[in-house]
Design a protein. Structure first.
Length: 202
């Protein structure tokens, strides 16, 4: 091979190496960001499923105690979403359980129990801001008790910072409303009894 061809081949190899060195960080960031976006959407599905499963458990209760049953609800919620999503710490997410029913012809929040970060407000309102806020065309039936379960979570990002992911994608949120299947559903509009003994989750 002539010296000129050898020099051109070396130049081409050198150019490719420089291009790879310049482009690799951007490619890495693109792949890393894509991985976090996928993880975020998987976490969103998990938190929605957890709120539904927790609502199914609560609606089968004939009686609820606090802190006996309510602590179990909190533990179950955290276990259902996994270790990478925080729904229980004061700096992380929150679990809000609302008991709702009709009173005076309007939907009312009868009682509410929450854990975790107090910065998250219930989408149903509170016992102090009745009537309850219901989405869409949802209406409550007389002589029934409805439970609203809200899970708010923050995710620990695998690659990018959690703050950046939250800024782009928002907080994880799962909301479920189900009607009580208890024999006496109206009894569940009374605030839970103060007891460390579990009733529903025993």
């Amino acid at each position: 091979m002539s010296p000129l061809k050898t020099r051109r081949a070396r130049n081409r190899r050198g150019t490719a190496a420089v291009e790879l060195a310049l482009g690799a960080p951007f490619l890495f960031l693109l792949l890393a960001g894509g991985a976090d976006v996928v993880n975020y959407y998987l976490a969103q599905q998990r938190i929605e499923s957890a709120s539904t499963l927790l609502a199914q458990i609560i609606t089968q209760c004939n009686a609820i105690t606090t802190t006996g049953d309510t602590n179990e609800f909190v533990n179950y919620a955290q276990a259902a979403v996994g270790s990478r999503i925080n729904v229980t710490s004061s700096a992380g997410g929150a679990l809000i359980i609302s008991s709702m029913g009709l009173s005076g012809g309007a939907a009312r929040v009868r009682w509410q129990i929450r854990s975790g970060n107090t910065n998250f407000a219930s989408s149903f309102g509170t016992t102090a801001t009745n009537p309850a806020t219901l989405s869409g065309n949802m209406t409550l039936m007389a002589n029934e008790t409805y439970f609203g379960v809200e899970l708010y979570g923050t995710m620990q990002a695998y690659v990018l910072s959690t703050r950046m992911m939250t800024a782009f994608l928002g907080t994880l949120r799962g909301v479920t409303v189900m009607v009580s299947r208890a024999g006496d559903p109206l009894a569940l509009q009374t605030p839970p009894a103060n007891s460390t003994t579990r009733s529903c989750t025993a």
